[in-house]
Design a protein around this ligand. Structure first.
Ligand SMILES: O=C(COP(=O)(O)O)[C@H](O)[C@H](O)COP(=O)(O)O
Length: 314
């Protein structure tokens, strides 16, 4: 039988588990089950098994920083004890607390973000972000009469998940192809999106196509609001490290049979892009709404990262 850890890693890689928040919570849950399943009493073996488990999860998808942040939160502090039972209990406690804090952050961001959506607003969203949709659903729940444009999100069509949630909630929704975003931008009051990573300079990494939408919004003077739990802020960007943009298999875009007939064509399939801070009005976190320029403060003062934390990684 496959272990929960191997199964979760496979599901994240294949995108059965997807979306940065969910990836982080499922990774936390897999680390907890893994810790519970190890029957070794030897603390050295226990630590090394858990580090291997963390590495397996980290190798699944490279962009969503919520994944390394979750793994780090759960596995940090393991070295403080030489009792395997105590280390296991610590991992279980931190995993449970991470999942609980994550779920409560999603709710809190929904409440804060909904305040920025007014009665009568037309919202545009891209991809399928639980937190971004949470803001829209909460605004609707409060009785605001809103309409949504949701993009298709080629090549993996995450837009289908988004329109299902919106439709189930009774929200009037227009489903558009990704390239129609600028065409409709004149009708949109606010763009609401999620993120896989926020860098120290306030740039936002999200599903491919987000930066084009933000550019069109900027041109049309439409506000762009990003919903982001604080564990989506990328500490290593303090040291100048760049967020790795995942490039996925060409078969997601063009079938191998068609591609085989065109040997001079290469498919490029980046899954994410980077929107600079100047195209973003506001980032809504569970700690409140902030301008993107405050990302440094979140990473350094709120999350407590210091540049010397990364000294031994040079
Ligand atoms: O780009 C995506 C998902 O990409 P993929 O489908 O490739 O994982 C989402 O906008 C963010 O992950 C935020 O999602 P959430 O708010 O749910 O964390």
């Amino acid at each position: 039988m496959k272990s929960v850890l191997a199964d979760t890693a496979l599901k994240i890689k294949s995108m059965e588990i997807r979306g940065a928040g969910k990836i982080a919570r499922e990774a936390a849950s897999a680390l907890k089950s893994h810790a519970e399943s190890l029957d070794t009493q030897n603390s050295g073996n226990f630590l090394s098994e858990m580090r291997t488990a963390g590495d397996i999860l980290l190798k699944t998808r490279p962009t969503a920083v919520s994944l390394p942040n979750a793994v780090n939160i759960i596995l940090s502090g393991m070295d403080g004890s030489d009792d395997a039972g105590e280390i296991r209990a610590g991992i279980v406690r931190r995993a449970d607390s991470f999942i609980e804090r994550s779920n409560s952050a999603v709710r809190r961001i929904g409440e804060i973000g909904a305040r920025r959506i007014s009665d009568g607003d037309v919202v545009l969203t891209h991809c399928n972000s639980q937190v971004a949709i949470g803001c829209i659903l909460e605004a609707h729940r409060q009785g605001k009469d809103i309409e949504v444009f949701a993009t298709e999100v080629r090549p993996r069509n995450q837009g289908l998940l988004t329109i299902k949630s919106l439709s189930d909630a009774g929200i009037k929704t227009s489903f558009i192809v990704d390239s129609a975003a600028r065409y409709f931008m004149k009708d949109v009051d606010i763009v609401v999106i999620g993120t896989d990573a926020v860098t120290v300079n306030g740039s936002v990494v999200n599903k491919i196509g987000t930066s084009q939408i933000a550019l069109a919004a900027h041109e049309a003077r439409t506000r762009v609001m990003v919903a982001a739990e604080t564990y989506k802020f990328a500490p290593k960007t303090l040291t100048g490290e760049l967020i790795q943009i995942e490039e996925r298999d060409s078969s997601e875009v063009l079938s191998p049979e068609i591609a085989a007939a065109m040997p001079n064509v290469t498919v490029r399939n980046p899954a994410f892009d980077i929107t600079p801070a100047e195209y973003i009005d506001l980032i809504v976190t569970e700690e409140g709404a902030i301008p993107p320029e405050m990302a440094y403060i979140i990473i350094k003062d709120y999350l407590g990262w210091k540049i010397r934390d990364f000294d031994n990684e040079r």
